[in-house]
Design a binder for this molecule. Structure first.
Ligand code: ADP
Length: 317
């Protein structure tokens, strides 16, 4: 296999990488997104970054198999159009794949960030050798990419995988960013950890994380560090968050009977602190056959999952 280019577009930076046939990053760089300058400006910067990559790595259009883009938002995989990216204002109905193909004459595909991460994990990470798995990310929100029978599931309108919006409560519950209430994401994402931490402080529970944050805002990272140092309130917060995620996952595990659930995103950096209560809850709450055969593991590709997965999109058809 020849080399491929993976491009991970975020609200602040665009990461670009040249990836070899073994999923190894040979070269990487990043350019600012500057979304407020309009999408044409960002696209021109991306084109220049591709030219720079080719120059620096002594490659050209003929020696590169494919280009793949990863966007945090709604994309149409088939037409290569970015429909809407909430964190990148101005990117509405942008035919990015066509724009890049016309310039470089290299097959180009796009997908959303969690599906790219799932594809990366499938090819080169914790999903290697698996036919059925769920790749879930826990950060500012909760997202997922599904692999069934070795293929990425996109759904009828490219909207499959919204695990964060599984409802945990019939009526009421915390308000979610999607506008509804009672979604898993509203109960158990990074901001939910922070909200719970402040609630404990308001309730008069002396907690180490408050002391550790000092004058700064409490973050999930700080709560995790306090838990690692033995703070019982911080440990309890991760227990509760893990339980919510475990309950949401139990429904998906019952439905799909995956071999693995691969958990990534910033909050999963806390490792077993988050994973153990998830494992325990799934064991208790999922149906016994599906629940006892699923393995719940940490993602392997970390920050590079986006560029590595995106680079594989053309073959992922
Ligand atoms: P986003 O969803 O915005 O892309 P990330 O997936 O990068 O964000 O997650 C960012 C969050 O992860 C932050 O809230 C940060 O505090 C948290 N985080 C980073 N490292 C750790 C850690 N070791 N333990 C727990 N939380 C962490």
């Amino acid at each position: 296999m020849k080399k491929r280019i993976g491009i991970d577009v975020g609200g602040t930076n665009v990461k670009i990488a040249l990836v070899d046939g073994n999923g190894k990053i040979i070269y990487s760089n990043s350019v600012p997104t500057y979304a407020k300058m309009g999408y044409e400006y960002t696209v021109n910067n991306i084109k220049q970054a591709i030219r720079d990559l080719m120059k620096e790595t002594n490659t050209d259009s003929k020696s590169i198999d494919a280009i793949g883009f990863d966007f945090p938002g709604q994309v149409d995989y088939k037409t290569g159009v970015v429909k809407l990216a909430p964190n990148i204002p101005g990117w509405v109905n942008v035919p990015i794949a066509q724009m890049i193909e016309e310039e470089f004459h290299i097959p180009t595909r796009i997908d959303n960030d969690v599906r790219c991460a799932a594809l990366g994990e499938l090819k080169f990470g914790a999903g290697r050798g698996c036919k059925n798995f769920i790749c879930m990310t826990v950060g500012t929100g909760i997202g997922s990419g599904l692999v069934i029978d070795g293929k990425i599931v996109r759904g009828a309108a490219n909207a499959a995988g919204e695990l964060g919006h599984i409802k945990l409560q019939m009526q009421g519950g915390p308000l979610c960013g999607c506008g509804d209430t009672g979604c898993l994401e509203a109960f158990a994402s990074g901001p939910a950890i922070v909200a719970m931490a402040y609630d404990y402080i308001k309730g008069g529970k002396a907690a180490k994380f408050s002391e550790m944050a000092g004058d700064s805002e409490i973050t999930p990272y700080i709560v995790a560090k306090a838990a690692e140092e033995g703070d019982p309130v911080a440990k309890r917060i991760f227990e509760i968050i893990g339980e919510y995620i475990g309950i949401g996952l139990s429904s998906v595990i019952n439905l799909l009977n995956p071999e693995k659930v691969i958990i990534g995103g910033g909050v999963a950096e806390s490792g077993d602190l988050l994973l153990d209560p998830i494992r325990r809850t799934v064991k208790e709450r999922a149906m016994s056959v599906a629940g006892s055969s699923v393995e719940i593991v940490k993602a392997e590709l970390g920050n590079s999952a986006g560029v590595i997965g995106a680079s594989m999109l053309v073959e992922g058809e």
